[in-house]
Design a protein around this ligand. Structure first.
Ligand code: C2O
Ligand code: CU
Length: 460
């Protein structure tokens, strides 16, 4: 539904049975009962309102990842949608909060449904929406609560990039399955929904089946033409190094055109792409560089055995003309000047006392670690012990340095999640804009996030 100013969507989170593995039924918790959920599309500058309802037995909160969104629609982890049956029942959640050393759910508010209002004052980009419930994001996303939200604008439309059936959003996510076909989330096994602190939970939950848009190792039949692949790492904790196998003659088969926050200034050819959880890479692959009949595998060089395969493209002979283009100049990106930063702040992501913390503190709702001023640029420095994909809400940032050196090969453009490897320091420049209120900074390893590696900042 649409009117003069706004596009409206209605989404209900519910349990449903999916056929993911051959011959087996898997219960998913999906937006509209599907995993991934329906893809939402917005026009830059045009408001989108999504009404979310919840037919699951647990509370939910929905965050638009990469959205430039006011606090009250940002999916704050205590702004909850009541589970089926209403009230504020928090079945299975109390134990989780205690485990993570959190002060429970005090301060939570419950509504039977929520209207999330997204102004969409932001450029074209590949966003995604997913669950963000206090202490329970990992298991709820693992069960399927994630979907794409694409923003389009005129600048991008004018470029002539591959589109329609040659534009493929690819949500890459690993899962493990129990013998009966259900998702095996280690911490939930035999534990009535309350996770125990096993190593498999502590370090982030990994699966041994790679799903792309909810299907294991799928095969896409493609023409000898350019395709735009909007890759999202929707995994709870797994990192990937993706490559085409075989590479096209001359290499550079993965032509990156965009990152988390939309188009790069110019296309950048890669042989491999490294994706941490929640990162997006917008890539054009020209299958005309291969002979008809070639099967091209998308492989994960960081995996082994079943996790080294992602999907396959079988190139047909037909398809007709390819009228798409990838211009040498895609967009212009204003550089945020680190020399003009109003403040530099350091956030240390580390394990302390068997929990994941930021600056030694477990997440506590309502405690703010920083109060940046709207309109100002700041440098935020992230220092880690382990691998932590660091994500900021509200505004995108630019990577300024990595370990004191120039940004890495995968840091270009506007980012909202940065892959910080063990014992690294990454500096980003960010300008806080438009919306005053409480927003989140956290690790996007979802088990780390649930285990309290999250903090609030308050823009003013
Ligand atoms: Cu993708 Cu705070 O989340
Ligand atoms: Cu982490």
């Amino acid at each position: 539904r649409s009117d003069a100013t706004t596009d409206y969507y209605e989404i209900t989170a519910r349990a449903a049975t999916a056929r993911i593995l051959p011959g087996q039924d898997t219960e998913v918790w999906g937006y509209q009962g599907t995993f991934p959920g329906p893809t939402i599309e917005s026009r830059s500058g045009r408001r989108t309102v999504v009404t979310h309802r919840n037919a699951l037995p647990h509370a939910t909160a929905v965050h638009l990842h990469g959205g430039h969104t006011p606090h009250d629609s940002d999916g704050y982890p205590l702004d909850l949608i009541s589970p089926q049956g209403g009230g504020d029942a928090m079945a299975g959640m109390g134990g989780m909060s205690k485990m993570a050393g959190m002060p429970g759910m005090s301060g939570a508010t419950f509504q039977p449904q929520r209207d999330y209002t997204y102004p969409m004052n932001q450029r074209a980009a590949t966003l995604w929406y997913h669950d963000h419930t206090m202490g329970f994001t990992g298991p709820q996303v693992y069960r399927g609560l994630a979907g794409f939200h694409l923003v389009r604008d005129d600048e991008e439309a004018a470029l002539g990039l591959p589109h329609g059936p040659r534009e493929l959003p690819l949500m890459i996510a690993d899962r493990a399955f129990a013998a009966d076909g259900s998702f095996a989330y280690p911490a939930l096994d035999g534990n009535e929904g309350k996770p125990g602190v096993t190593d498999a939970y502590m370090n982030g939950v990994l699966g041994d089946v790679i799903l792309v848009n909810g299907a294991p190792w799928p095969v896409a039949r493609v023409d000898r033409a350019r395709y735009r692949l909007r890759m999202l790492n929707g995994s709870n904790a797994r990192r990937y190094r993706l490559a085409l196998d075989p590479q096209p003659p001359g290499g550079g088969g993965l032509l990156q055109i965009g990152s988390d926050g939309g188009l790069l200034e110019r296309p950048t050819a890669h042989d491999t792409l490294e994706l941490a959880p929640a990162e997006r890479f917008d890539v054009v692959v020209d299958f005309a560089r291969y002979p008809a009949g070639t099967s091209v595998r998308l492989v994960n060089q960081l995996g082994s055995g079943s996790t080294s395969e992602v999907m396959r493209f079988d190139i047909g002979s037909g398809g007709g003309a390819d009228d798409s283009r990838v211009p040498a100049k895609l967009s212009s990106i204003e550089r945020l000047d680190p020399a003009k930063a109003a403040a530099t702040r350091t956030f240390v992501f580390q394990k302390s006392q068997n929990n994941w913390t930021i600056n030694g503190d477990e997440y506590r709702p309502g405690r703010s670690l920083a109060s940046p001023k709207l309109g100002q640029v700041e440098i935020w420095r992230f220092i880690t012990d382990f691998h932590h994909p660091v994500h900021m809400h509200l505004d995108p940032f630019q990577v300024v340095s990595r370990n004191g050196d120039a940004p890495g090969a995968y840091d270009a453009g506007w980012k909202d999640t940065v892959d910080v490897l063990p014992a690294q320091g990454v500096e980003v420049a960010v300008r806080f804009t438009d919306y005053a209120g409480r927003f989140l900074l956290h690790c996007h390893n979802l088990e780390h996030e649930d285990m309290a590696m999250m903090a609030e900042f308050t823009t003013e």
